[in-house]
Structure formats: C-alpha cells, structure tokens
Design a protein around this ligand. Structure first.
Ligand code: C2E
Ligand code: CA
Ligand code: CA
Length: 577
C-alpha cells in the first residue's frame, strides 16, 4: 500500500468543495448533478469526495464527513463487513457490495444501496485510495420484499401460505434426520361445516370469520411454530421439537377449544368447530408433502368420527385412503360407462296383494368386489360429489324403465319411487333434471315419487321449500324415507306437502317383540292418516310382522317377505303374474 500522500484529482475536488470563494469547477458541477453517489477515499480511507447524491442518501453533508475515516462516520460499514471490502479495494481489487442497509439519521427510514469500490491509481499504477460509485436500491428492495411476502403469505389472513409451510416442513425434516430424538408434529385443521357459514352469512362474513380465527390461533403459538392457511377453511400447524405424541394431542385439544370459542363477526355471534389430524414428523418421512397428506387423512378420519375432534395418523389410514380413492375412480368410471344397474323392489297393497309401486335401488357390479351395495358406496358418492351424477342417472334410467313396463301389460298405474340424497335435493337444478327425465320417457309427473330423508327438509328449509314447490308443480310425489330415525318436527311435516312416510325397517323389525315398536308404528300410521299421507312399512321380513301391520291398519308394505329387490325383467314377470 502506498504510504506517501500523492496529490490527485480527489484532493482537487475536496479542496474545491471546502474552499468557499473559489468558483465551481466543471468536475464540481458534474459531481453535484450526477444521480449516483460518488465517493473518493484516500489511502487511509478518509473521505475526500462526498457528492450531493451521497448527502441526500445518507443525510450527512460533505463538511460533516470530509476528512474523517469511513467507519468512524458510518458504523454500519463495519457491522455489515463493508470495511473489509474497502481494504480489498485499497489492495488493488475492484469489489461490489450488494444490499447494504442504512438507517437515515433524520427520518429513521431504512435505506438500501449497492455499490462498486475500485482502487484509484496514479500514473505509475500505485494505489492512492478508493473511488466508490453508490446506487440506492430501497425501492427495488421494497418491491422484492413485497413480492416475496406475497408469494409466501395468504392475502386474506396474513398467515403463511402453503408454499411457505411446505418449505418449513422441508427444513424440519432435514433437522429431524440429524436429530431423530427431536420429532415435530404437523396438525391439519379443517373447520366443520364452514360452507353453512358462507351460505348463511355471505362470503364476506365468512372471510371475517377466517381472519378472526387466524388471529386467534396465531396468538397461542410459540415463536418456533408455524401456522399457515392452506386455503379455504384449512389451516396447518408445524410444532417444532415436541416431546412426543402427548404434546401434539394436547396442543390439538387446546387449538380445538380455541376454535370453538364464539366469535363476534359484524355484531353477530358465530360458533365454529374444527377437526384436526395429527402426523408426527420423524426420519421415516422423506417428503414434506407426504407428511401433509397423512395429517390430512387423519383429519378426515377425525371428521368421520364426529366433529370437533382430533385424530393421530397411523399407516392403516393411508391404506384405507388409497382404497377409497381407487373405489372413487371405479365408481366414476362405472357412472360414465354404463357400469351401474338398478334393481327394483315392489311396494304391495296389503288390501289387493298387488304391487302398486316399485322402488329403484342402485346396484354396482364391480369386477373385483362383486355386487357392491349402496350402503358401501352412497356415503362415498356423497363425499366425492358423485352423488349428483348418480342421482341423475338413477332418475333417467328408472323413468325409462317404467316407460318400458307401461308399454307392456299390468303396469298402467304403477308408481315409480326413486331415492334422492339430501345433498342432491338441495341442488337448484333438481327440478329441471326431474322434468327432463320425465319428458324423455314420456311420463307424467304423477308416475314418480321421490324418496327423501328427513334431513332434506330440515337442513335448509328456505331452499327446500323452493325445490318442493317446483317438484309439486310437476305433479311429483314426495315420500319421507326411513321415517322415525331423523329429527323432522311435526311442523316441518306440516309445512311441506309430503305425500307419504316410509316407516323405517327398524320399527317394523321390532313389531310384536314387546318393545316400543308397536306403539311407534301405530303412532306413525295415525299421524299419516291425520295429515292425509300414505304410510308404507319397510323391511317386512316375517309373516308375524305382516299380520301385525294389517292389524294396525297399515295398507302398504315392502320387504324381503313380499319381494326382494329384483332386476327389471323379473319385475316384468311379477307384474304379469
Ligand atoms: P332405503 O331407501 O331405505 O332402501 C331400502 C333398503 O333396504 C335397500 O337396501 C333394500 O334392499 C333393503 N331391504 C328391502 N327389504 C328388506 C328387508 O326385508 N330386510 C332388510 N334387511 N333389508 C331390506 P339397499 O338396496 O342396499 O339400499 C340401501 C340404501 O341406499 C337405500 O336405503 C337408499 O337410502 C340408498 N340408495 C339405494 N339406491 C339409491 C340411489 O339410487 N340413490 C340414492 N341417493 N340412494 C340410494
Ligand atoms: Ca328408499
Ligand atoms: Ca328406507
């Protein structure tokens, strides 16, 4: 390094800036007007030039800095390692600094800059000092930070998003691979029936609920934990270094209590509950997504076991989930490729002994599993939304079949009943679907009765009455299926124009056994009569039950004793016999 002080342009300019009465040189004007920070340091890293831009950027004027050493004036240079780069420049190297931060002394605002430090040499190549060119990057930094923040956060709640969460999971997995003795836990929270809140209060209020919950959940977290909103009404927690499963389940129970505390949204008290699935992160996992998936599977299991619960993942759940997924795919395929069938079970008049109606019951012949019963696939269909195409198909197929029977003999006044899930019943397009199915088959609305459950009419009475109104206009009848097992009130029965009640087979099964069944069946028959409805006894299996039903005044019955569900051709024979 050059110890001797050699005069150079830097000294000229510094002198010119210091001297009050000398006229501005061309250099001086240039230094003052350029929109870059220009600095010249001497060989002891004292400031020799400090232009106007640097004054604006730093809030320190030239007289304040000139002649003083860099790190004395600006401690941040040392804190951020810039002083070492300056020394390298003095040693003859050109270096760049990126994203140095600086707090403006007057405004307290954080500024960012980038710069180049180059050795300043004399004619013989000896280094006299350093020249620096500085550019402020605060705005770019701000935009980058904003973008980064947005990319990793959920705009609604301000919580981390899925991308950020998965990234944290990856880090946690790396850590646990090195320290298997310190597991972590992933908690997957899904709100129960959040759709009801959205539908009843509106989406804006739904958003407020999610925000309020997000804030509440974030409060209880340790600094090392991560909470993210994964989307919709789903949240996930990463709890670092838990002692074991006990810690995780205790945390889950506490979080569920937090979720269940009433919220006030727009002056209204709102009650929500949630279900949590727990997966423990250990060295057995290699991918973050697998962990999240398993917590999700456990969450579904928690929901299935009743709401407001938590459930810990175990590998058998995964097998079951895969199995369900396969079944779902098969069902989807069956629905689109004509792989479904309908069987029909007659309903008999106990007065004439003749079938007066047939109930269409879905059958799914499955390659590997044989004939899969609706009890095994209706729930799956409801969960996956396949219940809509299934219901639509049943309606059309059953109507077409009735048309075929009616072309033959003995079916002129035969009534067709079709089961409809509550989910399908609340669908706006149902009346149109029914009208289309009837029209395609050339049938009158009076040929059809829909079997709905009590749930269909109590869950959303406003929508139900619109659907019921439209169906009634078509002349379609409505039966309540499995009557007595739900919670329909007398008033809802009275409010809706219901045409018939199907007495659940559990009551029929109990007839004559000395329990409550006789009394219940008698009451339902009485109720039906007084409301002007039909009553149909389901699941009649023994002649004793049939005798008892007759004694009680029941006029319509269905069950294995009378006829099992049969393929369409067998029904045709039965009608002719
Ligand atoms: P459900 O509407 O109560 O239908 C009566 C069920 O009881 C049928 O079972 C029938 O085969 C069975 N059953 C009839 N008589 C007797 C009897 O004497 N004893 C006994 N133990 N059982 C009898 P299945 O066909 O397995 O259907 C089960 C349920 O699946 C039905 O109950 C219905 O809720 C639903 N389901 C069937 N097909 C459809 C469909 O196309 N759409 C919808 N949404 N649901 C359907
Ligand atoms: Ca039924
Ligand atoms: Ca039933």
């Amino acid at each position: 390094m050059d110890e001797e002080k050699t005069p150079g342009p830097a000294d000229t300019v510094a002198a010119a800036r210091d001297g009050q009465d000398e006229p501005a040189t061309l250099m001086d004007t240039f230094f003052a007007s350029v929109r870059e920070g220009l600095i010249v340091y001497d060989h002891e890293l004292r400031y020799r030039v400090w232009n106007r831009y640097m004054e604006d950027l730093s809030g320190r004027t030239a007289p304040e800095v000139l002649g003083r050493r860099a790190v004395e004036v600006f401690p941040h240079l040392h804190e951020q390692g810039v002083d070492r780069l300056l020394l390298r420049a003095l040693a003859g190297e050109t270096v760049e600094v990126r994203d140095v931060s600086y707090v403006h002394p007057a405004t307290g605002a954080v500024k960012w800059y980038t710069g180049t430090y180059a050795p300043h040499r004399d004619g013989r190549g000896r280094v006299l000092g350093v020249v620096a060119c500085i550019h402020e990057t605060t705005e770019r930094r701000r935009i980058e930070e904003r973008l980064l923040h947005d990319a990793l956060h959920d705009p609604l709640t301000g919580l981390s998003n899925r991308a950020f969460f998965v990234d944290r999971l990856r880090l946690a997995l790396e850590r646990v691979r090195r320290h298997p003795e310190r597991p972590f836990a992933v908690l997957y929270l899904d709100l129960d029936r959040f759709k009801v809140i959205n539908d009843s209060m509106g989406h804006d209020s739904g958003d407020r609920v999610l925000q309020a919950l997000g804030t509440r959940l974030a409060r209880g977290l340790r600094a090392s934990d991560t909470l993210a909103r994964l989307g919709g009404d789903e949240f996930a927690f990463l709890l670092e270094e838990v002692e074991g499963l006990g810690d995780a389940t205790r945390a889950a129970a506490r979080l569920l209590r937090e979720v269940a505390r009433p919220l006030t949204v727009e002056g209204q008290e709102v009650f929500v509950s949630g279900s949590i699935g727990i997966a423990m992160g250990g060295p057995a996992y290699t991918r973050a997504e697998e962990l999240l998936r398993d917590a999700d599977i456990a969450m579904y299991r928690a929901k299935g076991g009743g709401r407001g619960r938590h459930q810990v993942f175990d590998p058998s759940m995964h097998e079951r989930a895969v199995e369900l997924l396969r079944l779902e795919n098969d069902l989807r395929r069956a629905l689109t490729t004509g792989g479904m069938q309908l069987h029909y079970q007659p309903i008999f008049s106990l007065e004439t002994g003749r079938p007066v109606a047939v109930e269409a019951l879905a059958r799914w012949p499955h390659e590997g599993r044989g004939l899969v019963s609706p009890d095994d696939f209706i729930a799956l269909a409801e969960e996956t939304g396949l219940i809509l195409p299934l219901g639509q198909w049943s309606l059309r197929e059953a109507c077409r079949q009735l048309r075929r029977w009616r072309r033959g003999r003995g079916a002129d006044s035969l009534l067709l009943t079709v089961n409809l899930s509550a989910r399908h019943f609340s669908h706006d397009t149902l009346p149109t679907e029914v009208a289309t199915a009837l029209a395609e088959a050339g049938l009158d609305g009076s040929a059809l009765a829909l079997e709905i459950t009590e749930r269909s009419i109590i869950e959303d009475t406003a929508r139900a009455s619109a659907v019921v109104g439209a169906l009634k206009k078509l002349g379609v009848r409505l039966y309540i299926d499995d009557f007595g097992t739900g919670y329909s009130s007398l008033s809802s029965l009275h409010r809706f124009p219901i045409d018939g009640l199907k007495i659940d087979r559990s009551f029929v099964a109990g007839l004559g056994a000395g329990g409550d069944a006789d009394e219940i069946v008698r009451t339902v028959l009485l109720l039906a009569r007084s409301l002007g409805m039909e009553a149909i006894a389901e699941g009649v299996e023994t002649s004793q039950q049939l005798v008892r039903l007759r004694e009680l005044g029941c006029r319509l019955a269905q069950g294995h004793l009378l006829a099992r569900p049969l393929p369409a051709e067998a029904i045709e024979e039965l009608l002719l016999s």
